[in-house]
Design a protein around this ligand. Structure first.
Ligand SMILES: *[C@@H]1O[C@H](CO)[C@@H](O)[C@H](O)[C@H]1NC(C)=O
Length: 276
C-alpha cells in the first residue's frame, strides 16, 4: 500500500543519523559497571548477578516519536529475571509506556508484558508470548507515539494499540516528555509463575544486549519541543487495514493476558478504553 512505501522511505532516510550512538545518547545510570557500552557505541549490554542488576536511560526526553531498539534477551534459564524497556515522564502524575520481558525456565517462553500509564494510573496490562525465541537473535521492539495513538510493535508488526480517547474522558499522554529507560533486574518474588520459580544464581551473570537504537522523535528541552525533518510521516501515521489485520492475528494467537477481558478484576465492566 502507499502507506507502507512511505514508512520504508522514512526509515531508509533517517536511520543512519541515529545509529551506533549508545555512548552519545545514553547514560548508564546504575549497576556499578554491570552496564557496558561496546563496539564504539554500537552495542550495549546490561547484566545481573546476585549483588545487583543494571540500567540505562537516554540523555534526551521525547514528546512523541517512533522509537526502535533491537534487544536480545537473557538466554537459557532466565526465570526470575526481568528486562524492562520503557518510556516514562517525571512526577506523581506521570505517563509511561512499558515493555517488560519476564524470563522463564530453559525452553519455556518469555512473557512480553505491556502497560500504559496515563496521569499516574496504569492497570492496563496486556501480555504476549512471542512467535520466535527472543534470546537467539536481536529483534526490534518499537513504540510509535503520536497524537492519535500509542502502538507497540515487534519486528514492525503492531501487537497493541492504545488510542487517544480523550473525547470520552480517558487521559492521553501528550504534554509530558518521556525519557527511555531500560533495566535488567531480579524479580523472582513474582515474575515467574507468581514467584514459585526462583532465579538460578549459578547461571549468573545474566546478560541482555541492545543495538540499533533509533529515535525519530521530537526532542523536548526547557519546555520546547523540536521535531526532526520528516516527522510529519510518523506524527500523523495511523495503522492501515493490513496493519490492523496483522495486529488482530498476533493478538488472537499470542496474547496470554488482556486486562480488558479480565471480568474478575473489573466486575463493574471493563475500563472505558476497552469498549472503543
Ligand atoms: C513460562 O512458561 C510457562 C509454561 O509454558 C508459561 O505458562 C508462562 O506463561 C511462562 N512465563 C512466565 C513468565 O512464567
Amino acid at each position: 500500500t502507499p502507506n507502507n512505501t512511505l514508512t520504508v522511505t522514512t526509515t531508509t532516510l533517517f536511520s543512519p543519523v541515529f545509529a551506533g550512538t549508545f555512548d552519545t545518547e545514553f547514560d548508564i545510570t546504575w549497576g556499578d559497571g554491570r552496564g557496558k557500552v561496546l563496539n564504539n557505541g554500537g552495542l550495549l549490554t546490561l547484566s545481573l548477578d546476585r549483588a545487583s542488576g543494571s540500567g540505562f536511560q537516554t540523555k534526551k526526553e521525547y514528546l512523541f516519536g517512533k522509537i526502535d531498539m533491537q534487544l536480545k534477551l537473557v538466554p537459557g534459564n532466565s526465570a526470575g529475571t526481568v528486562t524492562a524497556y520503557y518510556l516514562k515522564s517525571k512526577g506523581d502524575t506521570w505517563d509511561e509506556i512499558d515493555f517488560e520481558f519476564l524470563g522463564n525456565l530453559t525452553g519455556d517462553p518469555y512473557t512480553m508484558h505491556t502497560n500504559v500509564y496515563t496521569q499516574g494510573k496504569g492497570d492496563r496490562e496486556q501480555q504476549f508470548h512471542l512467535w520466535f525465541d527472543p534470546t537467539a537473535d536481536f529483534h526490534t521492539y518499537s513504540v510509535l507515539w503520536n497524537p492519535h495513538h500509542i502502538v507497540f510493535m515487534v519486528d514492525d508488526i503492531p501487537v497493541r494499540k492504545f488510542k487517544n480517547l480523550q473525547h470520552i474522558g480517558v487521559p492521553y499522554p501528550k504534554l509530558q516528555p518521556m525519557r527511555l529507560y531500560s533495566s535488567l533486574w531480579n524479580a523472582d518474588q513474582w515474575a515467574t509463575r507468581g514467584g514459585l520459580v526462583k532465579t538460578d544464581w549459578s547461571k549468573a551473570p545474566f546478560t541482555a544486549s541492545y543495538r540499533n537504537f533509533r529515535a525519530d522523535a521530537c526532542v523536548s528541552s526547557g519546555g520546547k519541543s523540536s521535531c526532526p525533518a520528516g516527522s510529519t510521516r510518523w506524527f500523523s501515521q495511523r495503522l492501515d487495514l493490513t496493519a490492523e489485520d496483522k495486529m488482530k492475528v498476533v493478538q488472537r494467537k499470542y496474547m496470554v493476558y488482556n486486562y480488558c477481558t479480565d471480568t474478575k478484576r473489573f466486575p463493574q465492566g471493563a475500563p472505558k478504553e476497552c469498549r472503543h
